[in-house]
Ligand binder design. Structure first.
Ligand code: SAM
Length: 282
């Protein structure tokens, strides 16, 4: 496992870390099945306002990513580059085995990360809240000649076989969308085999020297303008991710900046957070 101090920067001006174009809030009613149950691990009910916020965010995300779907890869060529870099970083820190490794790609989108990992693992299962993204993921898998047992996406964790457990659960560029990253993380850990790894990649909220120069006001959040689909518009700090991972019961938590990009003249850094499910926890 890579130590937190092993920070690497690979300037990649081509990357553009937006999640897509701005669309209006959906006008359709919220009818899909929830992906995650809205309760805290303690059993305490989640406040109604939080549930409302979650439902609004989820509905807006479905509308946004359904509308983009096929256009997503064309409009975001940087997503492929980011996925390739993430796959390389994952292979540096994790033992992937093309004969044994089973991967859950949560919030898989069109499958950029899955496709980058495909040559190095046995099986990939995608999950995404956007039905059109799920269709696209599966169409791409078909086009590559991959069988459903090798690479297939579904619309919710609840659609997986109850016994399905994975060596790696990866979630790339999606945590910033989630209202309750702690609940999502705990849920994802349930799908790990003992000793398996949760890997989250997203935008790092770093206090960079230029952010704090000569008393100037702090720059706007890097994802400003996307509040209708993004909760964490500044991304996540190492402290945020360590807290969430430890709270989800993970061990050997590690955080590294694995690549960076320029956006509107600003440097944006992308982190990879990993943590291991303790072997003794079922
Ligand atoms: C920016 S895309 C990233 C896609 C892919 N992981 C990648 O790295 O290319 C974010 C994805 O998260 C999905 N998403 C948003 N909220 C979600 C939720 N609550 N549960 C599952 N997927 C969600 C969206 O539908 C979208 O496909």
């Amino acid at each position: 496992m890579m130590s937190p101090s092993t920070t690497t920067y690979h300037p990649t001006p081509r990357l553009h870390p937006t999640t897509g174009t701005i669309t209006a809030l959906p006008t359709h009613p919220h009818t899909h099945n929830h992906h995650l149950h809205h309760h805290h691990c303690s059993g305490a009910p989640v406040p109604a306002a939080t549930i409302d916020a979650m439902q609004q965010l989820e509905a807006a995300n479905i509308a946004h990513f359904d509308a983009l779907s096929e256009d997503y890869d064309r409009r975001h060529p940087e997503a492929r580059e980011l996925a390739l870099r993430l796959a390389r970083a994952l292979r540096r820190v994790l033992p992937l085995d093309e004969d044994t490794t089973c991967v859950l790609d949560y919030a898989c989108g069109s499958g950029q990360v899955s496709r980058a990992l495909a040559p190095h693992v046995l099986r990939l299962v995608g999950v995404d809240i956007s039905p059109r993204m799920v269709e696209l993921y599966n169409a791409r898998a078909d086009a590559q000649g991959l069988e459903p047992h090798e690479m297939r996406a579904v619309g919710a964790l609840a659609e997986l076989d109850t016994q399905d457990r994975f060596d790696l659960v990866v979630c790339s560029m999606a945590y910033h969308h989630f209202v309750a990253v702690d609940d999502v993380s705990r849920e994802l850990v349930k799908y790990l085999k003992p000793g398996g790894t949760l890997a989250v990649a997203d935008i790092a909220h770093t206090e960079l020297p230029e952010d704090c120069d000569d008393g100037a006001p702090p720059p706007p959040p890097i994802m400003a303008g996307y509040e209708h689909i993004v909760t964490h518009t500044r991304g996540f700090s190492e402290e945020d991710i360590r807290g969430v991972f430890v709270g989800a019961g993970l061990e050997n938590v590690s955080f590294e900046l694995f690549t960076s990009a320029k956006r509107q003249g600003r440097d944006v850094h992308f982190f990879l957070g990993t943590g291991t499910k303790p072997a003794e926890v079922a």
